[in-house]
Write a protein that binds this ligand. Sequence first.
Ligand SMILES: NC(=O)c1ccc[n+]([C@@H]2O[C@H](COP(=O)([O-])OP(=O)(O)OC[C@H]3O[C@@H](n4cnc5c(N)ncnc54)[C@H](O)[C@@H]3O)[C@@H](O)[C@H]2O)c1
Length: 316
Amino acid sequence: MSPRALVTGGAGFIGSHIADALLDRGFTVVVLDDLSTGRRENVPSGCEFAQLDVRSADAARLVREGAFDVVLHEAAQIDVRKSVNDPVADASINILGALNLLEAVRAAAKRPRFIFASTGGAIYGDFVTPPNVEEYAKDPDSPYGIAKCAVEHYLAYYGRIHGVEGGVLRYANVYGPRQDPHGEAGVVAIFCNRLLDGRALTIFGDGKQTRDYVHVKDVAAANVAIATAPLPAVGRLDARAMNVGTGVETDVITLAETLRRVSGRDAAIEFAPARPGEQLRSAVSIGKARQLLNWTPQRTLEAGLKETFDYFAAKR
Ligand SMILES: NC(=O)c1ccc[n+]([C@@H]2O[C@H](COP(=O)([O-])OP(=O)(O)OC[C@H]3O[C@@H](n4cnc5c(N)ncnc54)[C@H](O)[C@@H]3O)[C@@H](O)[C@H]2O)c1
């Protein structure tokens, strides 16, 4: 019998690529998503689909009774600025939603492994010098990062006290096809659409702020790997947490110039005032995922940006 996976948030950007990758590997895949930002057409056709809120009793029942081997929890409120404006709403989805599913895992007759999509960009804060290693101190500068950190603590607790088998992937800045250009997270998607519209690329601040851009298919591959890989013993918070990025810092000016080059489109680059509170540098060390998951990112930034631009161009 094929292994069974539940992907929450599987109608979204990253979750839908994870569902694709799991189907390719012979998993039976169920997608749970409330379609608040996700789209039904993102759900791969080979998946069963349940339109549910992660906070609901029905979502908990699905986890309890679904006989899953693994749950990959991607569903979330992902907008950092929304979390600042309404931390209660953020915590409701991002903390209580995860807790609802974790309690269901604990109560399930057949307990699935629980993999949590955390953040490598928003959990470490600005006190450490990148590339950030998993054991570095966590000083998140937003309710979004705090909620991710809180769920990591819950997961470590469920592992130590209740024997729930959990793992954490801390994603850097993920980009690629299907990213929502209207959201807050996707500078690559925003730039691609601006290039296609013939509009200037806007950079906030001096453009020297760095991020670690990782392609969504590489992120999906890390999830497939952690779904079945042997995990280290349960222990402290970071024992089963792994960064997923490239380890490379790219500044926004370089990103904009590379996109202009690979797209063959000409657009002005314009500068706007820096956004208050924006992190200056961000990149993650990926040695742990390399070692434990035998995973390494496969796509160069140039190739990944070209593929992403072509995707948005084809949608026009
Ligand atoms: N995109 C990034 O660069 C990035 C970086 C670090 C971590 N992450 C994490 O990865 C995960 C996936 O992010 P994404 O970029 O694919 O975002 P996304 O918005 O495309 O996907 C999130 C999905 O969750 C669904 N959802 C939201 N609230 C829900 C609820 N209450 N019940 C059920 N479904 C709900 C949405 O409809 C959407 O389909 C999130 O947990 C996010 O925090 C993303």
